[in-house]
Design a protein around this ligand. Structure first.
Ligand code: ADP
Ligand code: MG
Length: 525
């Protein structure tokens, strides 16, 4: 049996460890490691930042359970969340970690208020709810927060994005002065900092070390595509994947609807998710996606926020998000749980500067790739068909059709009969012309990239030799390599953004001491 020592070291009780074991957790996540001891042991407010899916609920849920076990039937903790899904999700997580040591209830709009009131009256220590509904309950006198000692703002950035600030401030007025406020957020925009200043007592900032690559298992790629070619680019990517299971991000609700409709018309198993879709429908869609009845979910950032779906094969940025943090946030949904995932970004000429910014701020290495050619996709599909045929042969699943086959080859050669049959069955899928031509284009970037090369004077390099060494592999002209600096063990050069991509690709397999020979230079900081 696992020892769960790392959880024990955070100060959690044996009962908590038992629940953690039953949940199947093995190690605390980074945000849990840094927040749990502080919430348990120190009497301070905290602001905690970590990306979605990193276990923030247990980070505050476990200490809340420890602190309020055995306390009388008063509400000790209130957790505010932006959406009904998150209210349910957080409440479920707390309930499962509590194993009846404390009781929690989720309250949100759209469900009978009297039923929620009844559940609160029965005696709960923790209420998880959306700001609107909590405020309603407070105004009606159905919720009493006089004994509140922990006030949690979960997904705080999203609550502010959704315009809940007034409700949150109104709710604050119903809470006692002497309480601890715990704020959890994936991003820390200024508005959050302001809110914290106003309502929190010298909060302790806890942040997962950003130098730890949180996108480690995610391969990040971008394709240069015209806005009008994005849809075709997308279908190529989906078609060439043996098992595409992905989330596609669009910027607006309308973009989601348009893309989703196009995908369905082309025969893909896709559904859309955005704020205007009814709660009931959203839940159904999510359930279908989780069960993989559909393998494509098209969503806005807000709709996808906080929803806990792991194991995605792909996250696709159909358009780039508003800010760099949202990019990290989006792509953090793949490459989880030790599995390799791919994050793909479509970049139109207009989005190019934004991509540069995202790369810089997030220190991400986003590689440029060329879209798969129509011929390659058709070849992949042919292989898939062959595999399926061989499978039928192996399982002898063809016996009902033997008579028909005999009729066909009685008057034709087997090749002709078979080829005609393949055409009949698969023509629509196997035409190269189904894929519209996607014109390539070069973004004219003034941007440059500094490259690090693991060869220096010790290797006999001089600026001239270094330039020749690179130009032996790639076709770029001599005067496109600037700022050559040769040191004893390594060198630097500066090239245009596009040339850098070409060079990195060409040298991808060259290693020195097991490390890539040429890499992007670390930003000077
Ligand atoms: P966040 O609020 O940061 O988006 P959640 O609290 O919703 O993340 O957690 C995401 C998922 O990870 C949940 O299914 C949760 O049960 C699981 N999880 C949380 N902590 C751990 C852990 N230490 N080990 C494994 N899984 C965990
Ligand atoms: Mg959360």
């Amino acid at each position: 049996m696992e020892t769960l020592d790392e959880f024990r070291q955070l100060g959690l009780s044996e009962k908590a460890l038992e629940a953690i074991r039953n949940k199947g957790f093995e190690k605390p996540s980074p945000i849990q490691k840094i927040t749990i001891p502080v919430i348990l042991g120190e009497d301070v407010d905290i602001i905690a930042q970590a990306q979605t899916g990193t276990g923030k609920t247990a980070a505050f849920g476990l200490p809340i359970i420890e602190k309020f076990e055995g306390k009388s039937d008063v509400i000790n903790a209130l957790v505010l969340v932006p959406t009904r899904e998150l209210a349910l999700q957080d409440c479920d997580e707390i309930v499962s970690l509590a194993e009846k040591r404390i009781y929690a209830v989720a309250v949100y709009g759209g469900q009978s208020i009297s039923e929620q009131k009844r559940r609160i009256k029965k005696g709960v220590q923790v209420v998880v709810g959306t700001p609107g509904r909590i405020l309603d309950l407070l105004k009606r006198g159905d919720l009493n927060l006089d004994n509140l000692s922990m006030f949690v703002l979960d997904e705080a950035d999203e609550m502010l994005n959704m315009g809940f600030i007034d409700d949150i401030e109104a709710i604050m007025k119903y809470t006692p002065k002497e309480k601890r406020t715990l704020l959890f957020s994936a991003t820390m925009p200024d508005r959050i900092v302001k809110l914290a200043k106003k309502y929190m007592k010298s909060p302790k900032k806890l942040e997962v070390d950003k130098t730890q690559p949180t996108t480690g298992l995610t391969d990040q790629i971008y394709f240069e595509v015209r806005e009008s070619d994005k849809f075709d680019a997308l279908t190529r990517i989906i078609d060439i994947e043996p098992e595409f299971y992905g989330l596609i991000f669009c910027r607006t609700r309308n973009d989601v609807d348009v893309l989703n409709t196009k995908l369905i018309e082309r025969g893909y198993a896709s559904e859309g998710l955005h704020g205007e879709i009814t709660q009931a429908q959203r839940e159904k869609t999510l359930a279908r996606f989780r069960k993989r009845y559909i393998n494509i979910l098209v969503a806005t950032d807000v709709a996808a926020r906080g929803i806990d779906i792991v194991d995605l094969s792909h996250v696709i940025n159909y358009s780039l998000p508003q800010d760099a943090e949202s990019y990290i946030h989006r792509i953090g949904r793949t490459g989880r749980a030790g599995k390799q995932g791919t994050a793909i970004t479509f970049v139109s000429a207009a989005e190019y500067r934004k991509l540069n910014y995202v790369q810089k701020v997030t220190k991400s290495n986003i590689r440029k790739e060329i879209l798969p050619a129509a011929e390659d996709i058709v070849a992949v599909k042919k292989e898939k068909i062959k595999d399926e045929l061989f499978d039928i042969i192996k399982k002898k699943a063809y016996t009902d059709y033997l008579g028909m086959a005999e009729d066909l080859i009685a008057i034709n050669s087997p090749e002709v009969a078979l080829a005609s049959l393949l055409r009949l069955a698969f023509k629509s899928q196997l035409e190269v012309s189904n894929y519209q031509e996607i014109r390539t284009f070069r973004v004219d970037t003034k941007g440059t990239t500094r490259l690090f090369i693991g060869l220096g004077k010790k290797d006999g390099m001089t600026p001239r030799k270094l330039s020749e060494f690179i130009r032996k592999e790639v076709k770029i002209s001599d005067n496109h390599i600037d700022d050559i600096l040769v040191r004893d063990d390594f060198s630097f050069i500066t090239v245009s953004f596009t040339d850098a991509e070409v060079i990195l690709k060409a040298f991808a397999r060259h290693k020195s001491d097991g490390k890539p020979l040429i890499t992007k230079a670390k930003p000077r900081s």
